[in-house]
Design a protein around this ligand. Structure first.
Ligand code: SF4
Length: 157
């Protein structure tokens, strides 16, 4: 079992890594047209009791039922003309989606550990990522700060 101290130490490492890499990619990301960007959010943000999202292999497509915050994110992404939004079941589908959609920018929402892994996984690509960690973690009913996410989606820095 991972000790509390080790957990907090790793959390700090992941957080610092993400802050650093968000800064490195921020300028490039800002110049990427919205239509070349995709959004990844985690399935743990769904309201699992009432979610009407369409299940696909490796991800869900939000039907904007307003039972969780993903509705607002999906509507905003469409309004801004983002290429697409995926509710990921896990990180293993990311490469497949990227190969199919060929985005040049990604906005990612996830826990610190998943964000850290995603940056590492895509470090040798030209894709500009901006990552925002969950404001409330866990396995279900997780949350993100919508105001902060909206700034990233809209290029308000
Ligand atoms: S808004 Fe989307 S993700 Fe959230 S519960 Fe409804 S269909 Fe599911």
């Amino acid at each position: 079992m991972i000790s509390c101290n080790l957990f907090h130490k790793n959390e700090k490492i992941y957080n610092n890594f993400i802050i650093k890499h968000n800064k490195i990619k921020a300028k490039k990301f800002a110049f990427i047209p919205f239509e070349n960007r995709i959004v990844f959010v985690p399935h743990c943000m769904r309201n699992i009791d009432n979610c009407t999202a369409v299940e696909k292999s490796g991800y869900y497509v939000c039907s904007e039922c307003f039972n969780c915050k993903i509705s607002k994110i999906s509507i905003l992404a469409k309004e801004l003309n983002y290429k697409s939004l995926y509710i990921l079941k896990g990180g293993s589908i990311i490469n497949k989606i990227i190969n199919e959609q060929k985005p040049t920018g990604i906005v990612g929402v996830a826990c610190l550990f998943e964000g850290y892994n995603a940056f590492k996984m895509l470090k040798n690509t030209d894709i500009a990522i901006q990552f925002i960690p969950l404001s409330k973690g866990g396995c279900f009913n997780t949350d993100v700060n919508f105001v902060e996410l909206e700034k990233i989606l809209r290029n308000i820095v």
